[in-house]
Each structure stands twice: as structure tokens, then as C-alpha cells.
Design a protein around this ligand. Structure first.
Ligand code: HSE
Length: 317
């Protein structure tokens, strides 16, 4: 008979686009691709160990407490009061420091996997604060606008943080997303340090008008309202200077008829909402050509909004 302590699971968790321009730290959605894959195997060691990481170019730490995937598994086991040994293999399948919620995808995949192996003692909502701790470890702040969409799927609003209040927002069926990652590295920690701590009231008024307009646009399926509301007068002006050819990329997206364009999370990835898949592909190709001509390596992804969140691809017991 097979030892129950060699149970194993493989989980995919999606990347995410957060902020959506005006909704810094409160809006985000999951992508169909890219995403991270984590394999967890139970053992008798009573320790959490990170065996191997692929796809990170050797940049991520292997120490259990320092890597988000293993650290959140440790927190999970502590929370449920289990002294369970588990070994973890992490396959990074997306660029690091890209603004695509890479650390969030790792945490969500790892938490979904350990929860499954332990018989699902926690609900997805109960996994959220643990995944947010992974973000604190990765960048110094426990924001939820990457982990919540990666964990729940869809487009979400973090209505409040104390306690986390996550609201699923419906999205128009025909909404596609063009995602372009210019190969420069912008660690989220640094991209947060440059932000203003105080903002003028007039900017706040513009910003919360846009957040309301964006959410209303998603509910009503009014792409004109969505586009008009994708305006950010607080964060984008500070961050866009670090993203090569940002204004030229926006021009290309809008000339191709995109609904709206902006920075994905803390960048350098940019995204555009589009009316269909062909338009999203064209936006990606044209921006990729611009970056290529300027000697910048880049990756492109065309995706709808992922409604599933994490997926268990293999379970062996
Ligand atoms: N809301 C976060 C930020 C997302 O913009 O710093 C980080 O990907």
C-alpha cells in the first residue's frame, strides 16, 4: 500500500494585472497566461523544504523562510496546527519583477496545493491573508490586488483591508487583454518607495471618480465608460518614467482602437483592454515591434480575464 505521506499535488496559479490605473492596491484581475506551477509532496520530515526552483535564473532564495511559496506553506501549517513535512518544487513560468504578480502566483499555487493535500481545512477566503503575507515578504507590503485575483479568479475590488473585503466584479464577455512585458526589471518594493505619501484633494477627487466609473463600466458593460475611467493622476505620472517607451506604447494601443491602456501593477509590464482577440494580438505585435526596433527584448500575452483562479493539474495519493 502506498504511504499516505507521499501524497503529491501540482498546481497552476495565474498571473494578474493589478491597479487598472486608477485603482492602486484595490483593483486587479487574473490572466489565463502566464502563471506559475508548484509541485508539493508530503513527507515524514516535519519540515517545509524548497527542493528546486526553475525559470528564475537563480534569482530567488531557496531558504524556506525567504521564498514566498515555502514561507506561506509554513504559515498555513502553523495556522492549522500541523507538523507536516512537505517538499516543494517551484516552476517560475513568468518574468520576475515584471508587474504581473509573480510572487502572488507562487504563493497562491503553493497555498492551494498544501490546502488540497491536507484535506482542504481552509476556504479560499481563509487562504487570502496567508497569501497577503507572502506579498509582505516579497515587497514589504501586504497588498491583495495580485493575490486576490490569482486566488479567486476574475476581476476583483479590494473594498477594504481591515479585514480584507473582496468583491467580485463582472466583466463584459468580449473583453480581451493585451499584455506586453518589456525586459527591464522593476522590483515592486522600489516602485512603491518612490510614491507620494500625501496627495492633493483635487487629485483624489479625479481618482475616486475614475474608480467608481470603472466599476460602473464593468457592471454595465459600457466600454466607453471603462476607457474614460482608466485614468491615473497619482501613480502613473511617478512610475511611467521607469518604463521605456511608455507614451509611444500607449499611442500604439489607442491607435489600434484599444479601450484603455496602462501599467500592470508596478510595471514595467503594460496592458490594454481590447474589444476582441484580434485587436489584442495586433496591439501586442505592434508594441513588440516598437520595442524590438529599440533593442528591447519583450514577451507578449493575449488573454481573456481568467475566471478560474488556481487549477490543480495533478494529484497523486
Ligand atoms: N498595487 C501594487 C503596486 C501591485 O502597484 O505597487 C504590485 O504589483
Amino acid at each position: 500500500m502506498k504511504n499516505l505521506n507521499s501524497k503529491s499535488v501540482k498546481v497552476f496559479a495565474p498571473a494578474s494585472v493589478s491597479n487598472l490605473n486608477c485603482g492602486f492596491d484595490v483593483l486587479g484581475f487574473a490572466l489565463d497566461q502566464p502563471g506559475d506551477e508548484v509541485i508539493l509532496t508530503l513527507n515524514d520530515s516535519k519540515k517545509v523544504t524548497l527542493e528546486k526552483i526553475t525559470g528564475d535564473g537563480g534569482l530567488l532564495p531557496l531558504e524556506t523562510e525567504k521564498n514566498t511559496a515555502s514561507a506561506v506553506v509554513q504559515l498555513f501549517l502553523k495556522q492549522i496546527g500541523a507538523e507536516q513535512g512537505v517538499s516543494i518544487v517551484l516552476h517560475k513560468k513568468m518574468p520576475l519583477n515584471s508587474g504581473l504578480g509573480s510572487s502572488a502566483a507562487s504563493s497562491v499555487a503553493a497555498l492551494t496545493g498544501i490546502n488540497e493535500l491536507m484535506g482542504r481545512p481552509l476556504s479560499r477566503a481563509e487562504l487570502l491573508p496567508l497569501a497577503m503575507e507572502g506579498e509582505r515578504l516579497a515587497c514589504g507590503n501586504a497588498h491583495a490586488d495580485n493575490v486576490a485575483p490569482s486566488l479567486f479568479g476574475g476581476l476583483v475590488l479590494i473594498r477594504g483591508y481591515n479585514p480584507p473585503d473582496v468583491v467580485q466584479i463582472p466583466v463584459p464577455e468580449n473583453l480581451w487583454c493585451a499584455v506586453i512585458h518589456p525586459e527591464v526589471s522593476i522590483p515592486t518594493r522600489e516602485a512603491r518607495q518612490i510614491l507620494p505619501q500625501m496627495i492633493p484633494l483635487r487629485d483624489a477627487v479625479v481618482q475616486w471618480g475614475n474608480v467608481g466609473g470603472l466599476v460602473a463600466g464593468f457592471y454595465s458593460g459600457d466600454t466607453g465608460l471603462i476607457g474614460r475611467s482608466m485614468q491615473d493622476v497619482i501613480i502613473e505620472p511617478v512610475r511611467k518614467g521607469r518604463i521605456p517607451h511608455f507614451d509611444a506604447m500607449r499611442e500604439i494601443a489607442m491607435e489600434n482602437g484599444a479601450i484603455g491602456f496602462g501599467i500592470s501593477g508596478s510595471g514595467p509590464t503594460v496592458f490594454a483592454f481590447c474589444e476582441n482577440g484580434n485587436q489584442a494580438s495586433k496591439v501586442c505585435e505592434d508594441i513588440s515591434t516598437l520595442l524590438g526596433k529599440n533593442g528591447l527584448e519583450n514577451q507578449i500575452y493575449v488573454s481573456k480575464i481568467n475566471q478560474q483562479g488556481p487549477v490543480i493539474t495533478t494529484l497523486s495519493i
